[in-house]
Design a protein around this ligand. Sequence first.
Ligand code: NAD
Ligand code: UGA
Length: 467
Amino acid sequence: MADILCIGAGYVGGPTMAVIALHCPQHKVTVVDINEKRINAWNSDHLPIYEPGLQEVVERTRGKNLFFTSDHIGDHIDQADIIFVSVNTPTKTFGRGAGRAADLQHWEKVARQILEHSNSPKIIIEKSTLPVRTAQAMEQILNSNPSNIHFDVLSNPEFLAEGSAIQDLQNPDRVLIGGHGTPEAQQAVETIVNLYANWVPREKIITTNLWSSELSKLVANAFLAQRISSINAISALCEKTEADVEEVAYAVGTDTRIGPRFLKASVGFGGSCFKKDILNLVYICEKQGLHEVAEYWEGVLKINEYQQARFVAKMVSAMFNTLAGKRITLFGAAFKANTSDTRESPALVVCRELLAEHADVVLSDPFALENAKADLGADASKVTFEADPYKAAEGAHAIAVLTEWEDFVTLDYERIFASMVHPAFIFDGRIILDHQAVFDIGFNVYPIGKAPKQHFHWPPTNGFQAP
Ligand code: NAD
Ligand code: UGA
């Protein structure tokens, strides 16, 4: 039996450790965090994050072999044989590399804490997403210990996606474990392989050198985001040419070399990681003097910003070039469906841009309103938050669909249309509605990547330039 500790009880640390505890009842798993409120929530019936299936896994393991605590972190470090480090690594907001580089202050603090409290050898695992070669810094800090305690530092990046975290953890495409080639390090790698082998088939557990593992995580996110930016770039061309982006994505994605997934055009990708990890990749490339490579990946982010700006520009021009004083209802605040997470959500970008147009914005979401309020900061006071989509749409001039919640697909749009100001508009930033059906009800419909369905001709096509 090993004593497993995870430092950081966030979106990754909490669910990952819950699944490890579920499949490895022989091990004791403790999750610590400096955020006491978060730990209290993990110990309550209202977990700090919403993930389908998470509550059940936590209920089956908590108090048996899974423990959440913010007390005596040093003692837990000392007792642990294996320490996963899953702290946040956001984009740096100050000093050198501000706006691009990863902020490693939490990471380094943890390294020093481990050094201070350890009295026995340990395997330290990078679970957070980190710049390539970060493990070297961790090793240098840990090896500065005067008592010569042996630490093996491994990389085991996490590939779960929010909204499907439990499913992804239970049945991952792969588990990646990177370590040095020394016999000690390889033994540590084998220990972690055996841990995952409790439920993951061996052929899905990949082992590589440390740097490949660290870099693969950044590259996987960059490739995923690149596919979304690629189809979003094409969605702009579809709108100009009356090609349909869903038909194009299907036709392209049926080529087995390309594949169908991650080709859903949208108002843009959000989430805490794609942007930060690509910014970090760009920064690393620049520091290595690889300017062309940096510029290539930066393009993925530029298209994402363009897509969000383009969406708002379309709303303004379709609604007679003014949104001032108009009630606009946003369906969705979360950055994707099935999560309450609003970090980098395109919905909040659109919300802020509409506020800048002096629109009267109403935000509706089944799970994410609390986080949206916090993330909007001072702007929150200018927004109405309404969980009930029917109430949210009452008296609105327009609806914009910004998160692909199934709840929004199955609403009674006849009822909604009857309660709105006419002409009524729907902007579908997720391409989830039945556009013909809502058009037939009376809406003017503007889906991403498709020709609009309008009951009138605006902007005029007779050569008159709209003001
Ligand atoms: P998060 O912000 O939800 O959680 C991180 C937690 O670490 C916070 O609760 C914070 O209080 C805690 N923490 C920071 N310093 C600490 C310290 N010294 N001691 C104890 N606790 C400390 O972050 P997250 O979304 O879980 O992401 C964590 C890492 O995993 C990041 O590097 C991220 O890029 C990566 N990642 C995230 C996801 C995701 O879906 N969110 C997926 C894969 C990888
Ligand atoms: C992403 C990756 O999918 C995970 O593998 C990775 O572990 C994680 O980042 C991370 O490192 O944090 P996540 O951001 O949770 O996971 O969610 P995704 O499903 O990747 O969606 C990201 C964004 O892209 C969402 O806003 C989503 O709506 C958007 N998206 C996704 C599209 O617009 N179109 C698509 O076809 C797919």
